[in-house]
Design a protein. Structure first.
Length: 325
């Protein structure tokens, strides 16, 4: 049977992809250095390699010694705020790391590569973006992802390796299995709101209230992690079958403001969340929502969890669960 390698498989989204691949009876290998991943998120049915993708020698050895047919490459650093302060770390981890993955794919007869990109590659203030909309990343994080996309495109163009570049919008929620979800605290709004909403007197920082949006706060397109994970399985099947390479937006096409999210958390927890307005953060985009007609057509995709109330419920349930750990 073919082996599928998932880099970053001990992380939030990676662990959901691994769970779904295993459910489909695939053989899964994970490469992760646990920098932001967790042992608890490593599925016991997968084969785990503690390895840093920056270490080409070790990485190539794993590729060489295992019959890998497809790679799903998620391993990366992903905090917009941190990327502005530590650009070198981001260029090295995200760009050099991807360069190593591409080189291993070329040397080891890999047939398919899926890359986790982001909506942060697009130019700001375009509101709704298509895959061919202008790119111009505002943050260092977005820049490293765009460089990685280009590395993949230029290196794999004339090879027999099909690739899919998936530009995720904002991912939230947790698996129905109750076993996996987001543990690491970064600068994600839904995670911060989930943590806050379990407190007796919840409060939340909002970075900027004077954006040119409907309520002055930033607007994003949130997609449930189970839907994002499923996309990988469907896209992998499709590019393999049709021997195609493609770039796809992964969102629901619904813009949700920071205040919309706060209100939904308040409604579900029946608690008032105290809002503290802070300065805008460098690198944050004003408003971005996905045009999803391309992905819907390509994989005949029908999202299953596309309601704000479901996503918020899923976040709160997971947060309650990990609080008991
Ligand atoms: N979470 C989101 O909303 C979102 C949105 C857009 C894109 N993405 C992309 O999705 C991917 C996964 O994000 P996530 O939210 O699951 O984050 P995460 O931090 O939970 O997962 C990243 C995983 O990669 C591992 N990793 C990082 N650098 C590594 C290295 N050099 N070698 C080996 N392993 C390494 C970490 O230990 C971690 O397990 C990232 O590429 C990210 O850029 C995420």
């Amino acid at each position: 049977m073919d082996n599928i390698l998932v880099t970053g498989g001990a992380g939030y989204i990676g662990s959901h992809i691994v769970e779904q691949l295993l459910k489909m009876k695939k053989r899964v290998l994970i490469v992760d250095n646990l920098s932001t991943g967790y042992k608890q998120l490593i599925n016991k049915k997968a084969i785990f390699f503690f390895c840093d993708i920056k270490n080409f020698k070790n990485l190539n050895k794993i590729f060489k010694q295992n019959k890998i047919s497809s790679v799903i490459h998620l391993a990366a650093c992903l905090s917009v705020g941190e990327s502005q302060k530590k650009p070198k770390k981001y260029y090295s981890n995200n760009v050099l790391g991807t360069k190593n993955i591409v080189e291993c794919c070329k040397r080891n007869n890999i047939r398919n590569l899926i890359f986790s990109s982001t909506c942060a590659v697009y130019k700001d203030k375009m509101k709704i973006v298509k895959e061919n909309s202008k790119v111009n990343p505002k943050s260092v994080y977005g820049k490293t992802k765009l460089l990685s996309e280009n590395l993949i495109k230029t290196n794999l163009k004339n090879r027999k390796i099909n690739y899919a570049i998936l530009r995720y919008f904002n991912v939230a929620g947790a698996s129905k299995s109750g076993k996996i979800g987001q543990i690491s605290k970064g600068d994600q709004l839904f995670k911060n709101l989930s943590i806050a909403s379990l407190k007796i007197r919840p409060k939340i920082n909002i970075y900027g209230k004077n954006y040119l949006t409907k309520d002055g706060t930033c607007i994003r397109d949130y997609i449930h992690v189970s839907d994002i994970a499923k996309i990988h399985l469907l896209v992998l099947k499709k590019i393999q079958k049709e021997k195609k390479s493609i770039t796809l937006n992964c969102g629901y096409g619904t813009g949700i403001s920071v205040l919309d999210a706060v209100k939904e958390f308040q409604k579900q927890t029946r608690k008032k969340i105290k809002i503290m307005i802070k300065e805008r953060r460098k690198g944050d985009m004003e408003e971005i929502t996905a045009c999803v007609s391309k992905i819907k057509k390509f994989i005949k995709w029908k999202p299953k969890k596309n309601s704000l109330s479901y996503i918020v419920k899923s976040c709160i349930n997971w947060e309650k669960k990990i609080k008991q750990y």
